[in-house]
Write a protein of this length. Structure first.
Length: 239
């Protein structure tokens, strides 16, 4: 597991330093998983093309809310959320890769966005107070986390009662071919760490969430074959 984490940090540290054009997936280059952000050209420096949905579209973020973005990368979804939360609200991004945190902080500075904060930390043990957050968002990150139960238990802990998470992530239907499952590099590419859609939804239910809804789904033909389908989904749950 440490091996996987080291590889993720190495890969995303490199992407943070070099920018876009990072490989085959997690939104990069040819087999892009990323959805297009529209009307946000001013935030382009924060978009490394690493997402697989746009969770803020469904998050109903309002003035004064506290929002938390898990695996915030260069900060794109944090900055979008910050527009909705306004000066009386606050958006926190957490990421375990120091270079991503550095890049996101530099982006906030150059964009002049002040109601945001980036914290170095792991999703499995977040540096965030319990019952303190109105919305948790995340874009193409939880597939990278080996202990998904722990991640959803943490999301439940930090949300206020009545708060909601809106997460875009990679899941699958069918059986992943062994050559993909056993390929450590494909883990960092957001493929091998994907679990079954039904298992993913069961973990969310077991964590205690209510009103669970799949809001959007998209299939990636380039990775799908026989009975195996790789897909992105945007899912919501309420504490
Ligand atoms: C595919 S990128 C997505 C970045 C961003 N959400 C976006 O859409 O541009 C995954 C990010 O999650 C971070 N990450 C992966 N596993 C993590 C974990 N267990 N805890 C915290 N951050 C993690 C990586 O460092 C990387 O920045």
């Amino acid at each position: 597991m440490e091996n996987i984490k080291n590889m993720i940090q190495e890969r995303y540290g490199k992407i943070a330093a070099e920018g876009r054009g990072c490989g085959s997936s997690c939104g990069c280059s040819d087999a892009s998983m990323a959805d297009e952000y529209t009307g946000l050209a001013e935030l382009d420096i924060a978009n490394l093309g690493l997402g697989c949905g746009i969770p803020t579209e469904f998050a109903d973020i309002r003035e004064g809310m506290t929002v938390l973005d898990l695996g915030s990368g260069a900060g794109i979804d944090v900055f979008i959320a910050s527009k909705h939360a306004g000066v009386s609200g606050k958006v926190i991004g957490i990421d375990m890769t120091q270079q991503m945190i550095d890049r996101a902080r530099a982006n906030a500075e150059s964009l002049g966005i002040r109601n945001v904060e980036f914290r170095l930390g792991e999703i499995e043990q977040m540096p965030v107070e319990s019952n303190s957050v109105d919305r948790v968002i995340s874009n193409c990150v939880l597939n990278l986390v080996p202990e998904k139960r722990k991640a959803f238990a943490e999301i439940y802990r930090v949300l206020k009662p009545g708060g909601a998470f809106i997460i875009s992530d990679i899941v699958m239907n069918g059986t992943m071919p062994d050559e993909l499952r056993d390929d450590a590099a494909m883990w960092a590419e957001c493929v091998s760490g994907a679990i079954g859609k039904n298992e993913y939804l069961a973990i969310i239910r077991e964590a205690g969430f209510k009103n669970i809804q799949v809001l959007k789904e998209r299939t990636y033909q380039d990775f799908s074959k026989d009975d195996f389908t790789l897909l992105s989904m945007t899912v919501k749950g309420v504490k």
